[in-house]
Design a protein around this ligand. Sequence first.
Ligand code: PLP
Length: 638
Amino acid sequence: MVRHRKIQSPYGIDEWGAGYFAMGSGGHLHVCPYCDRRSVDLVKVVRMAAREGLTPPLLLRFPQILQTQLRELYRSFDRAREEFGYRPSYRSLFPLKVNPLRPVVDALIEAGRPGAFGLEVGSKAELAIALSRELPEDSWICINGFKDGSMARLAAQATGKNTPIVLVIERLREVDLVIREARRQGRAPLLGLRCRLYQRGSGRWEASGGETAKFGLGSSELLYAVDALREAGILGQLRVLHYHIGSQITSVRRITDAVKEAARIYAKLRQRGAPLSTLNVGGGLGIDYDGSNTPSDSSVNYSLQEFANNVVYTVKEVCDEEEVPLPDLVSESGRALTAYHSLLVTNCESRESEAPVAYPPEEESGKADDDLPSQIKEMASIASEISVKNFREYYHDAIVTRGEILNLFGLGYLSLERKARAEQEFYRVCKKALDYARQTGYVSDEFRVLEKTFRAKYVTNFSVFHSVPDAWAIEQLFPVVPIHRLDEPASEQGILVDLTCDSDGVIDSFVDVRDVKEGLELHATRPGHPYLLAICLLGAYQDVMGDHHNLFGRPAEISVTYHKKGPRLESISRGESNEQLAGLAGYAPEELKTGFARLVGKSRRGAGVVQRVIRTFDDFCQRGPYLEGRREEFKDIR
Ligand code: PLP
């Protein structure tokens, strides 16, 4: 056990960390899988990984966090049901689309309560996975999404006492599909109806709900479906009313409004004789990625407990009023269960700043100043004389002068050396102007542009497109924090630049409780000492949505568990090799080898040399796509 310090740092760890992150001794970032003082030092994990031959980037999973989150969800509904005297049960279904990876699903299954767990699937492959798992007793498998005859057939045949399968009808044509298969098979799975609510979610996924939503049955379609099932003699299989109004619902008000509308539909259908006994409130339970506890896109203005209280209280209120029996409750929270459990530890390969290299070297500069063009002399004198009193005016003068200098260069009147000299002087002007603007306490828009320009670029060993795809695709914010040196003031404002040859491959917006930060407080890098960052809260959706742009792929992955005697590294995977990545584009390993051998063969070098070059190529193909650090440096990292 480690004494954790309350963090006074610019990273907001206590705000977004939900108790899973803390600063331990030596300024290291710790992960606390049980939200208490039991913790894992991430620097220690990097050292242990280096001894196993693995260097960053490393995707670290904490299965104990998944289990803590699931238990907390159960406990929240236990407390809510007790508080409001709600007798029927609660069940948590894990939607595989959020993260179908085996270590994730296995950890959740292990913590699932008998009679209160299940898997939600939205595709054929997900259905195959769900049907192959050994689930806690009386778990459900719930089928959502687009369906064809093969899914309906399998659902009808595979459903049984030990494997209740609920097929959720989401479109009218699925009513006919289900009836047809039931007639063919002489049996039907349990059935659900997904309703399309008028209420929408809030935040980025707002369009998933409402009257124009892609899925769900409107009022008349619900009535038609119930009548059709009754006529076909399988209405008795109908158990569940389901809805889902989108992921990451940021405002608790939207949750309450949706539950209210769905509970009313449930009650009205019950009153018409539909044998519904369960209300499934779908997913959407959000995560406070930026720690602001507000309904902004990367946050939520409610807690897990408030979510459970709202669902339980609202359903009870509506059903009591309508005098129908209270339903069992189901939720399909995926993001809330998984987001915290994984993070990417990666190293900054270098730090690049906008400052031009001093050329000519300083001791020589000034020698030939007398014959400098007047515009460059002017720029140099602005750079010397700019002050807090005149910085705005002088900065504007410098911009005009720079235009003149660029014109001179364009017309061929200026050497490259002199243009370089002018750029250095202009840089001095900008730097000073920005400092003075900051001193005044208000940085206006024109100087904010400079602030952005001067952010240091930390070349970081990862691919945004593979590991943090939502940062690129939907500008989702993910917390980034150094895993060491947290007790040292950070001297730089930086952004992360990834390894892809794509100018979109950057993370340049960062979480902040009041706003979105355009630069992150980072430390100066030191040669020979890796600088390690964690990109956190990657456990939901990122694992499956990442792509292979530029043929960067899976980095090494490790499941890390807390034990009294120290962390254990399990399920180690070394990541995708260059050979495997080339294979994704249709180049078989043998083809790579023979093609290269042909190329070297043409070079007319001796047989020994050729063999050596081919071995180097083979070794290169087996390695991964990321920059290789020196293992020794990671073994000794502090
Ligand atoms: N259920 C359904 C039907 C979904 O489509 C989704 C995801 O969009 C989820 C559950 C999971 O949602 P979340 O991860 O927001 O809890």
